[in-house]
Design a protein around this ligand. Structure first.
Ligand SMILES: Nc1nc2c(ncn2[C@@H]2O[C@H](COP(=O)(O)OP(=O)(O)O)[C@@H](O)[C@H]2O)c(=O)[nH]1
Ligand SMILES: [Mg+2]
Ligand SMILES: [Zn+2]
Length: 290
């Protein structure tokens, strides 16, 4: 593990964590080399100032859409993108697929948490079956009885995770539970790493008694996706991959073109109509960003 990691950034300084000692240090950075939350950095000590000397190569960058539909970089070196949906508020129709496209683009590992199953245990049965069949990790849980919660903890142990999802689905409740569980297993004082900080900036937390990190990024990301073209959107539908090469036109958008490999696969029931229809709606929705 690298030694220094960016917790949060301000205009001219970044708060940097020494991951070995747990100490935090404010560091200046050069304007042309702006760090973001989650960056691993090298720091330099000059007189009584600390400076970020180098940003180490980023494994990936987690991004989301801003309110104008432009891609906005949020955090670096993110392993898990934990998509939280709940029985209430119910996810909008294509929300999960939108998050999955974003996750594919950013190179994060998607995990879908179906929360609040205490309200209705079977509400997400069909969705769970669908996403499982696509090879995506799914966890059905709730923060009250915490069924299957250990499965989620296992996936977070030595990883950097970010929770995404609509407001009210339980992201904060789950984060707090995760942090507390890790605290309890190692009996570290309660005041470290409480997940309840109300912050207005994207912030990194070290998960106690593990080598994992949690990134909390407030602000809604309900739309889930910035403006993308057909190729980027289709790439986020993993089950299309084998058929895209079969399209007659190399620039096929899999919407109206003849001899489309994807449409043929839908007809042959190799791609579910449910997902294909969602693809069409997401494609169509991109016009709202124009
Ligand atoms: N019934 C039920 N309520 C939950 C569950 N998880 C969270 N909540 C409640 O849902 C509301 C929103 O939770 P919060 O964690 O603030 O959601 P966030 O906006 O995604 O961070 C709160 O009143 C929580 O107590 C759950 O598993 N079951
Ligand atoms: Mg919250
Ligand atoms: Zn096609």
């Amino acid at each position: 593990m690298q030694k220094y990691r960016v917790i949060s950034t301000q205009k001219q300084t970044a708060l940097v964590l020494n991951t070995f000692t747990g100490e935090e240090q404010a560091c200046f950075f050069a304007r042309k080399d702006k760090p973001i939350c989650g960056d691993y950095v090298e720091i330099q000590h000059n007189k009584n100032e600390y400076l970020i000397a180098k940003i180490l190569p980023r494994k990936n960058i987690f991004a989301r859409a801003n309110h104008k539909g432009r891609k906005q970089n949020i955090a670096a070196n993110v392993d898990n993108q934990i998509i939280v949906v709940a029985v209430e508020p119910e996810p909008t129709r294509d929300l999960i697929n939108r998050y999955l496209i974003g996750s594919h683009h950013c190179g994060t590992q998607p995990i879908i948490v179906f929360n609040k199953n205490d309200i209705d245990e079977h509400f997400f049965d069909n969705s769970i079956e669908l996403y499982k069949s696509l090879g995506i990790k799914t966890i059905s849980t709730n923060t009250k009885t915490q069924t299957n919660f250990d499965e989620l903890l296992d996936l977070m142990v030595d990883k950097t995770s970010i929770f995404v999802g609509m407001s009210g689905v339980g992201k904060s409740s789950i984060s707090e539970l995760v942090l507390n569980k890790f605290i309890k297993t190692g009996e570290i004082s309660k005041k470290t790493g409480k997940g309840s900080h109300v912050t207005s900036v994207t912030q990194l937390y070290k998960i106690p008694n593990s080598t994992g990190f949690l990134i909390d990024s407030p602000g809604v990301w309900e739309y889930g996706l910035w403006k993308m073209d057909a190729a980027d959107i289709a790439a986020g539908f993993e089950e299309f991959h084998d058929f895209i090469g079969l399209c007659k036109f190399s620039n096929c958008t899999h919407t109206h073109e003849p001899k489309c490999g994807v449409k043929q696969a839908v007809e042959d029931k190799k791609i579910t109509k449910l997902r294909y229809d969602s693809y069409l709606r997401i494609m169509d929705s991109m016009k709202y960003w124009d």
